[in-house]
Design a protein around this ligand. Structure first.
Ligand SMILES: [Zn+2]
Length: 289
């Protein structure tokens, strides 16, 4: 059973959707949303819908997913298994929202960052209301084939197909209490930016600051049992040819290109993304507010 919580103003305005625990073991979304809802007094305009736990069964069991990765399965027609059934419930919410903020945490930590889409002007403005200084783009480009791109559709990719401006907020390491603070702060900042709330505890961040953009160029999948040859860190720089991982049959996986590591996850379920390699393409200066 998925629980949703909606707040509507009598005044016209944008509709924001905030989602948490698309991956069941990620707690910052549910906890951050809970804090916001406890303090939320008044909606100035538009509406906001919170779905604190998008994958209830996985959340209950404290696992990433039960049958398939919910955040990679929105485009498939398959309706069997836990996540494929959830996707049918969630799709209409993603389709209807004007804006989507999908909240996650990850294994390697500790940085907070945002996964952007096409970096259109509207999307850029939306994202920049947050205080997060690191962005990652190109998740779809990092996939090798069109089939892979289709299979890899998650909440934001699906929502964007329906005209929703969307980003994924990665709040840090799964168990880091600061990840909950980041989730709460960013929800308030985004609601302030959209004019949904007026007097929240955090305002949209209008300071001038540089924003690092890491553009994914390569995706390495874990195809069988194996291990990392070093405890790789998020945003760590590796040279092409660096020995990254070893499969149990002895095959060594080397870095395909030079670049910055994104979300290295030694224990990712089979056929999941072991790590991404990105290029630091720009150091975006914030446009004047
Ligand atoms: Zn996640």
């Amino acid at each position: 059973m998925i629980k949703t919580h909606s707040y509507h103003s009598e005044n016209e305005g944008p509709h924001l959707l905030v989602t948490g625990a698309v991956h069941g073991n990620e707690l910052c979304g549910p906890e951050g949303i809970k804090r916001v809802m406890a303090k939320l007094q008044k909606i100035e305009r538009g509406s906001v819908t919170f779905i604190p736990v998008c994958n209830p069964l996985a959340h209950e069991k404290n696992v990433r997913f039960i049958d398939t990765n919910l955040n990679r399965s929105f485009s498939t027609q398959d309706t069997s298994g836990n996540e494929n059934k959830l996707k049918l419930v969630l799709r209409p919410y993603l389709e209807r929202a004007d804006y989507l903020m999908d909240i996650h945490s990850y294994t390697a930590g500790p940085d907070q960052f945002i996964c952007a889409g096409d970096k259109s002007e509207d999307e850029w403005a939306f994202i920049q209301a947050s205080s997060i200084a690191k962005y990652i783009s190109g998740f779809q480009r990092g996939r090798q084939s069109e089939e892979e791109r289709q299979l890899a559709k998650g909440t934001t990719e699906y929502a964007r197909e329906h005209g929703t401006i969307a980003f994924t907020l990665e709040c840090g390491q799964h168990k880091d209490p600061a990840s909950i603070d980041a989730a709460e702060r960013t929800i308030w900042q985004i609601m302030d930016f959209l004019g949904i709330v007026k007097d929240g505890p955090f305002k949209a961040d209008t300071t001038q600051k540089s924003r690092a953009v890491y553009d994914i160029q390569h995706t390495e999948y874990r195809t069988r049992e194996g291990r990392f040859l070093q405890p790789w860190r998020q945003f760590q720089y590796v040279e092409a040819g660096t020995e990254m991982a070893e499969y149990e049959d002895g095959e060594i996986i080397k870095a395909a290109i030079s670049g910055y590591l994104i979300m290295p996850n030694e224990k990712v379920p089979l056929n999941g993304e072991w790590f991404f390699i990105s290029e630091l393409i720009e150091d975006e200066k914030r446009k004047a507010a």
